[in-house]
Design a protein around this ligand. Structure first.
Ligand code: H79
Length: 468
């Protein structure tokens, strides 16, 4: 009997511990777990897309790919277009590049972690790779002391205590090992049958491993590898999500050997987070839905990656979301248990567009006054009730958030469910630090904000009440 109980206990506790929701696999390695829990507390990050596409200010990489959603200049035939696109590497000369300014803007906005495009799908290396000539250190910027831009960016953000992530594209449309010159190119997949040319794919695997080795050993501590290009994956991992992209699925396995990449990264930096996006399993330490917020709360680690403008990279006259909209999304994401990774694209000269800096500043005005209700919070099962979102602090605090439209002020009387407030406690509004006595009526809690709080709320995107 005792034994049966023990067996049952072990089965149930391992199920609970593994958090099986949607096949999410919680890592076993304690140093990875520790990094993951740390990352979950950071809540707000910046993803920077920077590459040769900033020169003309067009979509990142995708214009050399045959997909009809990509607007491409059709005055040139495809081969000439591709030559022109790759040739942008000879024009990319970001003389105003100032990563300290980027890091300071991001820090003031309240961001705590960085993801930087070391190499996007076009294969252009923003670091000094020995394994490619197609790189920032091999063009007009090469003689600049900051030419190895990945190093400069990582150092500048590390100095501001950011958690450092390397965006790295598994597909590489410039590498002969991926888009082999022997065949026509244009599909997002590799362009030869790996079953017939396994040696060519082995070269690609080695090339990828070598670049990951460089990035994780020569650029200081890298805390996470954010691997994009989820169609590059073992055939047996193709799932409904991949099918929904409606892109061609090759008959062969594009297995780039992520376990080997993880081993290299973690040997160099124990505990490195691996984000093998959309593949699921052991090497997708957290999920990253792109440009959307999940409908409900998720109980495994996740992040929404979303652009501030419409594009990931710099595009002239892009339309940027308002700071209010971003803060609303941040609160919603945090209440649902996730992180927000906000995307910005520096210009070809190396600066954040003015509108981007303006929004980051406005976001910072709010995050700095409400930081305790963002960082280190915990999502609760009743994360939404009426007009409120809720989270818990780590030490028994409870936070209630009211999202306000432009010009709107909070009501004279706000009603909260009884359960969120313990008896005879005070409620504090975080922007004014004003304390209010709790009034309990008919099984509900009534908050009556002062005139001062109501006036101020007209300028605030979100009002936060600290309960208990
Ligand atoms: O680096 C950025 C993108 O270049 C890259 N991931 C982010 C972080 C990326 N990976 N895959 N894709 C982009 C495919 C994009 C498909 C899209 Fe669409 C086509 C997005 C918009 C048009 C199809 C149609 C999916 C949504 C609408």
């Amino acid at each position: 009997m005792k034994n049966i109980c023990l067996v049952l206990f072990l089965i149930f506790s391992s199920v609970a511990g593994a958090q099986l929701s949607l096949n999410y696999t919680y890592p076993n390695d304690p140093s990875v777990r520790e990094n993951l829990e740390h990352w979950r507390d950071l809540k707000f990050g910046i993803i920077i897309h920077w590459g040769i596409y900033a020169v003309p200010g067009i979509v990142e990489s995708w214009s050399i790919c045959n997909e009809d959603w990509v607007g491409r200049d059709t005055a040139l035939n495809y081969e000439d277009y591709k030559k022109w696109y790759f040739g942008l590497s000879k024009e990319f000369n970001p003389t105003q590049f100032n990563p300290e300014a980027w890091a300071s803007s991001a820090k003031n906005a309240g961001m705590k972690y960085l993801v930087f495009t070391t190499k996007h799908h076009d294969g252009f290396c923003m670091f000094d790779s020995k394994y490619s000539d197609f790189k920032i250190t091999n063009g007009p910027f090469q003689s600049n002391p900051k030419s190895n831009v990945t190093r400069e960016v990582f150092n500048a953000f590390r100095k501001e205590d950011f958690f450092i992530g390397a965006y790295f594209s598994k597909p590489d449309w410039h590498s002969d090992y991926y888009w082999w010159h022997a065949f026509a190119t244009g599909e997002r997949n590799n362009n030869y049958d790996i079953r017939k040319f396994p040696e060519q794919w082995k070269r690609f695997q080695n090339y990828t491993a070598n670049q990951i080795s460089e990035l994780t050993s020569e650029y200081g501590k890298v805390d996470m590898l954010w691997l994009d290009g989820g169609w590059v994956r073992p055939l047996e991992t193709i799932n409904d999500e991949v099918l929904s992209w409606q892109c061609p699925i090759p008959a062969w396995s594009q297995d780039v050997n992520v376990p080997r990449l993880a081993e290299i990264a973690r040997k160099n930096n124990p505990g490195t987070l691996l984000i093998d996006r959309t593949v699921h399993g052991e090497y997708e330490n957290y999920r990253t839905p792109e440009q959307r917020i999940p409908e409900g709360r998720l109980d495994y680690p996740w992040e929404t990656c979303m652009t501030l403008g419409n594009a990931w990279g710099f595009v002239p006259n892009d339309k940027y979301k308002s700071s209010r909209e971003v803060i609303h999304k941040l609160v919603e994401v945090v209440a649902k248990g996730g992180n927000l990774l906000l995307g910005v694209g520096p210009t070809a000269t190396g600066v954040f567009p003015e509108e981007v800096n303006l929004r980051l500043k406005e976001i910072g005005n709010w995050t700095s006054r409400n930081s305790e209700a963002i960082y280190n919070t915990r999502s609760v099962s009743e994360f939404k009730w009426g007009d409120f979102y809720f989270t818990d602090g780590k030490n028994g605090e409870k936070y209630a958030y009211v999202l306000l439209k432009e010009g709107e002020s909070i009501g004279k009387e706000l009603v909260l469910p009884w359960s969120v407030v313990s008896s005879d406690s005070y409620i504090e509004e975080l922007s004014t630090r004003e304390k209010m006595k709790v009034v309990k009526q008919y099984g509900r809690v009534i908050i009556k904000p002062s005139v001062r709080v109501r006036e101020l709320s007209k300028t605030l995107p979100v009002v936060v009440f600290k309960l208990n």
